[in-house]
Design a protein around this ligand. Structure first.
Ligand code: NAD
Ligand code: TYD
Length: 354
């Protein structure tokens, strides 16, 4: 069975938000590929995200921690992957402010462990191999009112999260230069969509509106993010994995900048319509709270390179993507109930009771 499959690809962090969309896309689009989801199942990892495809014959789940080289070795020995798509990470800026070392361990050391395994197992033959590292636009720091991040923008991370991702990007690049590992990196803007853990802005606010809880807007609410629908990010990852060039970086973005407060008002309007509430009902929940320390003012990606070289562009407008996202949360209240019990309550208390 294994031998008949044309490729063997390990996707790390496949039980998380973006990873689960990438796993689903690859499992369904490439039935002749063996897709291995390597995930430690932290608070952010949830196999419920993959219920619909978990019985597919080309899908394999391995509970493994990238902090443990033996775990990684076991997966390499069992599946002999020729491709790695690396998404496993600690991904939340606010948690990185509360606990920076967790980010150093998983994002930096975990990535180096994975690079070492690829180097060791592929050493004699890197032809047709690919180590694809998924990163963020946050490594570039903050923009003023104008301008965009390009692939040549200097790194200037401001949060422990972005510093750890920047560091992991540098290690990936260095392994490409020093050991000729066939690496590729993409830096993407903020994602949104189904299965997003409800501690990030959009799913947190959808969940709070559903529960008539305050919507905590940090600072003056005039911070800007460039939002991309998660399925469009997964499509970009598919394209880069198959068509991207070794040792290149590609920026991925939504061409879709929103100030937080404008986004929150749009979300409130759509939620009122979908819940049958009078216009203005949800906006009353908006509460300005203490700002995030080191809060980056504006992110905006120039995605010209991936668009021109690989022909990628987003497939949905923000209004369409947001509407689909809200519908998913309204239809998946059990999923929400499961992920917001236990540890979530403790985090929420710590983050918002100040
Ligand atoms: P997420 O937090 O939803 O999921 C992370 C996954 O990694 C979880 O399934 C978790 O269990 C797993 N994981 C964490 N530590 C691990 C470890 N030590 N070993 C094995 N697995 C581990 O994250 P996400 O939002 O889906 O982000 C995925 C990747 O994309 C990250 O690398 C992130 O930096 C990057 N990214 C995210 C965004 C965004 O808007 N969410 C934007 C650009 C880039
Ligand atoms: P977030 O979803 O945490 O993504 P990131 O920090 O990686 O961009 O936050 C998006 C924006 O929303 C960011 O400017 C911080 C802001 N925000 C709030 O105003 N309130 C909140 O409760 C959260 C979680 C975020």
């Amino acid at each position: 069975m294994y031998q008949q499959m044309s490729r063997s690809i390990v996707i790390t962090g496949g039980a998380g938000f973006i990873g689960s969309h990438v796993v689903r896309l690859f499992v369904t689009k490439y039935p002749d590929y063996k897709i291995i989801n390597l995930d430690a199942l932290t608070y952010a990892g949830n196999l419920e995200n993959l219920r619909d495809i978990e019985r597919s014959s080309n899908y394999f789940f391995e509970k493994a921690n990238i902090l443990n080289p033996d775990d990684i070795d076991r997966v390499f020995l069992t599946y002999q992957p020729d491709g790695i798509i690396h998404l496993a990470a600690e991904s939340h800026v606010d948690r990185s402010i509360l606990s920076p070392l967790d980010f150093v361990y998983t994002n930096v050391i975990g990535t180096v462990n994975l690079l070492n395994a690829a180097r060791q197992h592929w050493k004699n033959d890197v032809k047709e191999k690919r180590f694809y590292h998924i990163s963020t636009d946050e490594v570039y720091g903050a923009l003023g009112e104008t301008g965009f991040f390009t692939e040549t923008t200097a790194y200037a991370p401001n949060s422990p999260y972005s510093a750890s991702k920047a560091s992991s990007d540098h290690f990936v690049r260095a392994y490409g230069e020093t050991y000729h590992l066939p690496v590729i990196i993409t830096n993407c803007s903020n994602n949104y969509g189904p299965n997003h853990f409800p501690e990030k802005l959009i799913p947190l606010f959808i969940n709070n509106i559903m529960n008539q809880k305050p919507l905590p807007v940090y600072g003056d609410g005039l911070y800007t993010r460039d939002w991309l629908f998660v399925k469009d990010h997964a499509a970009a990852i598919d394209l880069v994995f198959h068509k991207g060039k070794d040792h290149e970086t590609y920026n991925i973005g939504g061409f879709n900048e929103w100030k937080n407060i404008d986004l929150v008002k749009l979300l409130c309007k759509l939620m009122d319509e979908k819940l049958g509430h009078a216009p203005g009902t949800s906006e009353k929940l908006i509460t300005y709270v203490k700002d995030r320390p080191g809060h980056d003012r504006r992110y905006a990606i120039d995605a010209t390179k991936i668009s021109k070289e690989l022909g990628w562009k987003p497939s949905v407008t923000f209004e369409q993507g947001l509407s689909q996202t809200i519908d998913w949360y309204l239809q998946n209240t059990e999923w929400l109930k499961h992920v917001t019990s236990g540890e979530y309550q403790q985090y929420y208390e710590l983050q918002y009771s100040k």
